[in-house]
Design a protein around this ligand. Structure first.
Ligand code: ZN
Length: 313
């Protein structure tokens, strides 16, 4: 009876986590999973029907019991699914071992501050600490993976080389958002639906509707946590167009490209991408920033970034 205050304190999430979260993400995820399962069931029952009612095959199978066949197939599918999941989980763990063996943990580099800073973010967001690895890849990019602690964020050497410290922070909060909202965990399990023979590609297309929403949510968390729209947008622009022309991606270029991509064919094209297009991510950030301002929420959380003594590149 006396322990009540302790539990309420624990349940209190960081304001940025609540501001960035969208319950509609789960609706889209549920719809994607449901549609994938429906397609697989359709293929399965079409196969069963062709065996039961197919004129050429019916004689061959006449002696067998259809109900026993169905149960046998269902058990077979179950065993395959469990084996597939075991393989996927093992591969994700192996990916971490590969990074441990080949990449550098950021705390042993001149970027050790990034690890300390990510620990601060993790405690603010009430999430597990993440390990950050740097791997040699000139492409400016980063990603997160893991289905249970330890979660890993991989920074390409291209990101370290070309992004400013503030941009790196935005990238890391974005990736931590994928861990905080369980995107990396969910993606691991969704791998089962993506790897199904024949219909896997269709399943992947359906599930990517959720993947793209997950990107918007991770962007929004970076915005709500850092309270600096330009910081998040400049990191996205740097990652997408590279350091040499990033500054040229100004308001004129943006407005023209927003205009040129405001059509159904562009939206259709985007459905074949796991990530939303840059112009839409920037537009979403702008509208989220405007909403934050309108709600009077901006500045209500002291930014942790202001206290770090980091010299910009
Ligand atoms: Zn992402």
């Amino acid at each position: 009876m006396e322990r009540k205050p302790k539990t309420t304190q624990k349940a209190e999430a960081h304001i940025a986590v609540r501001q960035a979260r969208r319950s509609s993400d789960f609706v889209v995820l549920g719809a994607g999973i449901f549609a994938s399962l429906a397609i697989m069931a359709g293929v399965f029952f079409t196969g069963v029907a062709s065996v039961l009612y197919g004129e050429e095959i019916v004689d061959e199978y006449a002696a067998t019991d259809p109900a026993a066949d169905f149960i046998g197939n269902a058990i077979g599918f179950g065993i395959v699914a469990i084996l597939l999941l075991a393989v996927i989980l093992t591969l994700v763990r192996m990916m971490r071992q590969q990074m441990l063996g080949n990449a550098l943990q950021v705390e042993y580099s001149d970027y050790a501050w990034l690890r300390e800073w990510s620990n601060t973010v993790a405690s603010d967001l009430q999430m597990p600490r993440v390990e950050i690895m740097v791997t040699q890849d000139p492409v400016i990019n980063a990603y997160a993976f893991g289905f249970a602690s330890p979660y890993t964020i991989v920074l390409h050497s291209g990101a370290i080389r070309w992004l400013t410290h503030d941009q790196l922070k935005a990238v890391v909060v974005h990736e931590m958002g994928h861990v905080k909202y369980h995107h990396t965990k969910i993606s691991t399990y969704l791998g089962m639906l993506r790897l199904v023979p024949v219909v896997g590609a269709v399943n992947g297309w359906l599930l990517d509707f959720w993947s793209r929403r997950a990107e918007y949510t991770a962007d929004r968390l970076a915005l709500c946590y850092l309270r600096n729209n330009e910081q998040v947008k400049s990191s996205l622009i740097g990652v997408h167009v590279g350091p040499d022309v990033a500054r040229s991606f100004n308001e004129v270029a943006r407005q023209w490209q927003v205009y040129m991509t405001s059509n159904y064919f562009n939206r259709f094209t985007q459905t074949f991408s796991s990530h939303p297009f840059l112009v839409r991510r920037l537009a979403r950030l702008d509208s989220s920033a405007a909403q934050l301002l309108a709600s009077g929420a901006a500045g209500t959380v002291p930014s942790k970034t202001s206290s770090s003594k980091v010299v910009e590149k």
